[in-house]
Ligand binder design. Structure first.
Ligand code: BES
Ligand code: ZN
Length: 530
């Protein structure tokens, strides 16, 4: 078998491959949309449309492997089908409301490939007591019930039909019930130019309300052979993601969690027709300057098809946020495994946020070859997944860890941890990830820990003086205990805040890296890399 053959077989299995019963004909007055797709798909798509009598526009712009085209809105479902069946891969296209947006997307896709979105805040783990309190409340039955209601009572959640809208109203009322009694929580519909609204629940942050953490999944479903009238239970794709997020929201409120940053739970409309809902929301946030510091996308969480528990999508996501997310998995869901996967050009709502310049991450239920084969058909039911939501429990736990460690703050009875290095010590570093900026008094010792696995040949800690840093801090590093200025494995005591310590063949276990205030200092970060 040639490599090409292997690749296409793999992709064939990765997505549902529907039969296309509906092939609506183009009418002269019809609404046009603009799409961007991978250039590799263009010839095949054009050929296939032509044989059905639909002439595609010439490329409006093509650059860096992405091309913008115009076509009638009714042809979008056909487009996905052509890519699935002719190219044997996930559709991976983005639909836009205007030519300007499509052209911008071509530019964005080209430059984003070179320069991934920077993260707005540092990511680190230091909120164990509150996260663990919430984790112990996560219950499979609640997740199962939500999947069951959505997939049986609202089994066509297509973006343009009444039942798709009814599903949104139902979810809004569920979330409103969870929020009841909390004046810092609101639940609202985000309406669009099509029938189905998105649903957003907001917990306003106590101390950093302008920094926003987003957790989302898509509310819509699709029966690809009959979008408007066929049954589309979408139990896995994506009632499971919405249900996982709903359970994270429920345990947060049940434990009296008050986040420092604002947390928003989102159920997006219209993902299956080109990331419509998430794109509208991400772009509106972008144009009003909302500071989103991290987005978790859960799309398909309940099918156990792989020996890996999580497939981390590496394309259209932020590498630093992905690394933070895998640290959360290791810390809070021990015994589970993950591997890296690539989804395709824009397979889910994480890509809308990424395009808008926000850091996003998408842990997935399987690898691309082992995901649920029933998606986009009448067969995507809870029964097909064994009648339980066991697999989604891991994702609900990850969602809880994500909000607890990114939004910080505390549950009832626990103390909020610092949202930056804070000078309190006891903060955990993630391999290769810079800490938040911190400051310290003269003679203070501010410590971080990094867990180093066995078999590493080098370990380097760096402090960096960031913009307008002042004073002089020195770096002390010690294995298994906090160093003092007299006891350490390595020290670096230059006259600035930029210091470096290297250890060859480091012992496996906990390494402590501390900034010592030679004089009072400000705006310093710590990083450890093995
Ligand atoms: N949940 C799927 C994406 C998916 C499917 C990821 C299989 C990994 C494996 C999502 O709802 C979807 O169907 N996306 C479309 C693209 C979208 C832009 C219409 C797809 O992948 O075809
Ligand atoms: Zn889908």
């Amino acid at each position: 078998m040639t490599l090409k053959k292997v690749v296409s077989t793999v992709a064939f299995l990765a997505c549902a491959t529907p039969a296309f019963a509906e092939a609506p004909q183009q009418s002269p007055k019809e609404k046009m949309v603009w799409i961007t797709i991978g250039s590799d798909a263009l010839a095949t798509v054009r050929e296939s449309f032509k044989s059905d009598g639909v002439e595609l526009s010439a490329p409006l712009r093509e650059k860096g492997g992405v091309v913008a085209l115009r076509l009638p809105e009714s042809q979008i479902v056909k487009l996905a089908g052509v890519i699935h069946s002719k190219l044997n891969r996930c559709a991976g296209f983005v639909a836009h409301d205007s030519e300007t947006q499509a052209l911008e997307e071509v530019e964005r896709a080209t430059t984003a490939a070179l320069a991934p979105a920077p993260s707005a805040v540092s990511y680190f783990i230091n909120n164990g007591p509150s996260v663990n309190a919430m984790l112990s409340g996560v219950a499979e039955l609640n997740i199962r019930n939500t999947i069951n209601s959505l997939s049986t009572n609202y089994n066509n959640r297509y973006y343009n039909v009444q039942s798709g809208k009814d599903a949104a109203t139902w979810l809004q009322s569920q979330w409103t019930t969870i929020a009841s009694g909390r004046s810092d929580i609101s639940v609202a519909l985000f309406t669009h130019t099509w029938t189905q609204p998105s649903v957003i629940a907001t917990i306003t942050g106590t101390t950093l309300p302008n920094e926003v953490v987003v957790l989302g999944g898509h509310l819509d479903s699709i029966n690809q052979s009959s979008p408007t009238t066929g049954k589309a239970p979408g139990a896995d794709d994506d009632a499971s993601g919405v249900a996982s997020i709903t359970e994270a929201f429920r345990v947060a409120v049940a434990n009296g969690y008050k986040p420092a940053r604002t947390v928003k739970f989102m159920a997006y409309a219209g993902e299956e027709v080109g990331l419509y809902g998430s794109k509208a929301i991400a772009n509106s946030f972008k144009s009003s300057g909302v500071n989103v510091v991290g987005v978790l996308q859960l799309d398909m969480t309940n099918y156990k098809g792989s020996s890996y528990d999580f497939g981390m999508v590496t394309d259209n996501t932020n590498a630093t946020l992905n690394s933070f997310t895998t640290s959360l998995i290791s810390t809070y869901i021990p015994g589970t495994t993950y591997t890296n996967i690539t989804c395709g050009y824009a397979c889910s709502d994480h890509a809308s946020w990424y395009s808008a310049g926000y850091p996003s991450t998408m842990p997935f239920e399987a690898t691309m070859t082992t995901d649920n084969p029933q998606i986009h058909t009448t067969g995507d039911t809870l029964t097909y997944m064994g009648g339980t939501a066991t697999n989604s429990v891991k994702f609900a736990k990850l969602a809880v860890s994500f909000l607890g460690e990114l939004a910080k703050g505390a549950t009832t009875g626990n103390t909020p941890p610092p949202t930056d290095g804070g000078g309190t010590g006891g903060n955990t570093l993630t391999n290769g990830v810079e800490s938040a900026q911190y400051s310290g008094a003269k003679s203070s010792m501010t410590c971080w820990t990094l867990t180093v696995p066995s078999g590493k040949t080098s370990l380097v800690f760096n402090t960096a003086g960031k913009t307008s840093n002042t004073g002089d801090s020195d770096l002390y590093v010690r294995f298994n205990a906090e160093p003092t200025t007299g006891t350490y494995n390595c020290k670096s005591e230059g006259s600035t805040n930029t210091e470096s310590c290297s250890v060859t063949n480091p012992s496996a276990g906990t390494w402590y890296a501390c900034s010592y205030g030679y004089s009072a200092y400000t705006n310093v970060t710590m990083k450890g890399t093995y």
